[in-house]
Write a protein that binds this ligand. Structure first.
Ligand SMILES: [Zn+2]
Length: 281
């Protein structure tokens, strides 16, 4: 699942590679992938890509003629650039932007559900678009002080993944950030003191920034289907904690897992109660 670091590195690489390229044709073969009808997607034909940037976990592909394609990968999408055209039999294709130099910018989605989407917007209307307008401040590089931002009686594990509260963090990086900050995923945001809030903010900046730096060294085009995420806690249940060597524990949900170190984060308490799991949803 792509989160802030994965979308950031993809936006950097795609932006550098696509800036100045002209669109030959634009299609959305995915059923329901295109969420807007005006302007029509074919308006992209002949437009030149100015750049690609990130907001939260979304991409903004900016083009001349005041056009912006807003793309949400949801849980299983990828935005990739290929040197050759996709086969029309590629069932993963949701959006194909064919460039006149033969390359193709492709939104693909893996798995059975079709949830990734694209909206074609007029650039002056982008900030008012409902998904973007509802996003909280960016989790990286300079999030605001967190004590006020997270001052709600909800567990940190839920608050940090709530894109309306703070944008960019999902199920993988929340485990890494809370572990780095030595904070329990079950602690309520309203119970954070100043020191804890600052420690959490520093952990957020450091872990997300280090992941982006790592990707800068190991990722190049074409962006791989699966990014090698430098995770040390998430999905490492049963392995030794990288800080204290105690066993990393997990709480299992229907389709994902939350991992934490009891010794570093929960005063030694192991949380496996299913009723507690439901409270965190
Ligand atoms: Zn530990």
């Amino acid at each position: 699942m792509p989160e802030l670091p994965e979308v950031e590195i993809s936006a950097r690489l795609l932006g550098a590679a696509c800036a100045g390229a002209r669109v030959e044709s634009a299609l959305t073969p995915g059923v329901n992938a295109l969420k807007t009808f005006d302007p029509p997607f074919s308006t992209l034909q002949g437009a030149t890509i100015a750049g690609v940037r990130r907001r939260g976990k979304l991409f903004l592909v900016e083009l001349d003629g005041d056009l912006t394609a807003l793309i949400h990968l949801m849980s299983a999408g990828r935005l990739q650039l290929f040197d050759a055209r996709a086969s029309l039999r590629d069932k993963t294709s949701r959006m194909l932007v064919r460039l006149d130099d033969g390359r193709e910018l492709r939104l693909r989605e893996f798995g059975t559900r079709q949830r990734a989407w694209v909206k074609l917007l007029r650039t002056p209307e982008v900030e008012a678009e409902e998904t973007l307008a509802a996003l909280g401040p960016e989790a990286w590089p300079d999030p605001p002080p967190l004590r006020e931002l997270l001052a709600a009686p909800r567990p940190l594990y839920a608050l940090l993944r709530d894109q309306h509260v703070i944008a960019g963090i999902g199920r993988s990086w929340v485990d890494e950030i809370l572990h780095a900050a030595e904070l329990s995923p079950f602690k309520r945001g309203s119970d954070l003191d100043d020191d804890e809030a600052e420690r959490l903010r520093e952990a957020m900046i450091e872990r997300l920034g280090a992941a982006i730096d790592h990707y800068e060294h190991v990722i190049s085009l074409p962006i791989p289907d699966k990014l090698p995420m430098p995770l040390t806690v998430h999905r490492r249940n049963g392995e030794p904690c990288p800080r204290c060597s105690e066993r990393i524990e997990a709480v299992f949900y229907e389709d994902y897992v939350m991992c934490y170190c009891p010794a570093c984060q929960t005063d030694g308490k192991v949380m496996k109660d299913r009723r507690l799991s439901r409270l965190l949803k």
